[in-house]
Design a protein around this ligand. Structure first.
Ligand SMILES: NC(=O)c1ccc[n+]([C@@H]2O[C@H](COP(=O)([O-])OP(=O)(O)OC[C@H]3O[C@@H](n4cnc5c(N)ncnc54)[C@H](O)[C@@H]3O)[C@@H](O)[C@H]2O)c1
Length: 257
C-alpha cells in the first residue's frame, strides 16, 4: 500500500459490496481516496460502506443494477453531489458467472435470459459507467479506468460458460478502444485478468474444478482479493502513467497468457 497516493481522488467502484470490489474500495480508501460504491446487494453494500467510514474514509453508496443505464445515471448524480466532485477513477468490477450445482449451462441449453443477464452486467455495465463518467474526465484532462476481465477471456476454461468468456473477452477489446479514444485527453484505460481469487464467486464452481486449477497454478495457491486491488491502484497511479490499453494477468501463473 502507498498511503495518500490517491489522496482526494473520487473513485467509483462497481460490484463493491463483496470480494474483489470490496477489497479494491478498501485499498483506495487506505490510499486517501473518496469512494463512490455501487452494488445490487443492499445489505452487503451498506455494511461495507459503513466499515470503510469507520476507518475514516469519505464514502457514498448507491444500490444500482449496473446493466440499467437510467439507474446508473441517477446514481452518478447523487454520488457526485454527495462527494462534492466528479469521478476521477472508475473501476468496472461488477460481474456474474451463473452456474447450477457448480456447473455452467451448456450453450445449446442456455436460457436466452441468462445470456442477456450476463451480457448486461459484465459488458453493458462497463459501457454504462464508462459512458457516464468520461465526459467530465475529458473536460478535466484527467482520469483512469480499470475493467475487470478474466483469464477466461484469453483461454477456454470449461467451467464459466460461453456468456462469461465472451463478455470478458469483449472487455479486452472495449479497453483498447477506450484507451485509444481517451488517451489524447490524458486518460488511461486498462484491464485486469484475474486467475482464481478467493471470493464468493469462486465458490460457485465445484471443489474438483478448484482443485484442478490449483494444480495448474505456478504459485500453487489462489489469489487474495488484495492481490487484484493492489494492481487496480497501481494501474491508476502516477507510477503507471505511460501504461494504457493493456490487460494485466493477476493469476499466480495460471494459464500464463
Ligand atoms: N473471483 C475470481 O476468481 C475471479 C476471476 C476472474 C475474474 N473475476 C471478476 O472479478 C470481478 C469481481 O468478482 P468477485 O469474485 O469479487 O465476485 P463476487 O460475486 O464476490 O462480487 C461481485 C459483486 O458484484 C455485485 N453485482 C452482481 N451483479 C450486479 C449488478 N447487476 N449491478 C451491480 N452489482 C452487481 C454482487 O452483488 C457482488 O457484490 C467480476 O467481474 C468477476 O468476473 C473474478
Amino acid at each position: 500500500m502507498t498511503p495518500h497516493r490517491h489522496h482526494d481522488r473520487i473513485v467509483l467502484v462497481t460490484g463493491a459490496a463483496n470480494g474483489i470490489g470490496a477489497s479494491i474500495s478498501k485499498q483506495y480508501a487506505q490510499e486517501g481516496a473518496k469512494l463512490a460504491l455501487v452494488d445490487v446487494n443492499e445489505a452487503a453494500l451498506v455494511a461495507h460502506a459503513k466499515a470503510l467510514e469507520a476507518l475514516g474514509g469519505q464514502v457514498a453508496w448507491s444500490v444500482v443494477d449496473v446493466s440499467n443505464y437510467v439507474q446508473c445515471e441517477k446514481a452518478l448524480s447523487d454520488l457526485t453531489a454527495s462527494l462534492g466532485g466528479t469521478v476521477d477513477i472508475l473501476i468496472n468490477n461488477a460481474g456474474i458467472s451463473p452456474k447450477k450445482n457448480g456447473e455452467p449451462a451448456h450453450f445449446w441449453e442456455m436460457d436466452p435470459e441468462e445470456w442477456m443477464h450476463v451480457v448486461g452486467v459484465n459488458l453493458n455495465g462497463a459501457f454504462n459507467w464508462s459512458r457516464l463518467v468520461t465526459p467530465s474526465m475529458v473536460h478535466n484532462r484527467l482520469g483512469g479506468i480499470v475493467n475487470m476481465s478474466s483469464v477466461a477471456a484469453k483461454f477456454f476454461v470449461p467451467f464459466t460458460g460461453a456468456h462469461y468468456g465472451t463478455t470478458k473477452a469483449a472487455l479486452i477489446g472495449f479497453t483498447r478502444d477506450l484507451a485509444a479514444e481517451l488517451g489524447p485527453y490524458g486518460i488511461t484505460v486498462n484491464a485486469i485478468a484475474p486467475g482464481r481469487i478467493k471470493t464468493p464467486l469462486m465458490l460457485t464452481a465445484n471443489q474438483a474444478t478448484n482443485d484442478a486449477i490449483l494444480a495448474q497454478t505456478a504459485l500453487r495457491k489462489f489469489g487474495e482479493p488484495e492481490d487484484v486491488a493492489e494492481m487496480a491502484c497501481f494501474l491508476t497511479s502516477k507510477e503507471s502513467r505511460f501504461v494504457t490499453g493493456q490487460t494485466v494477468d493477476v493469476a499466480g501463473g495460471w494459464l500464463m497468457t
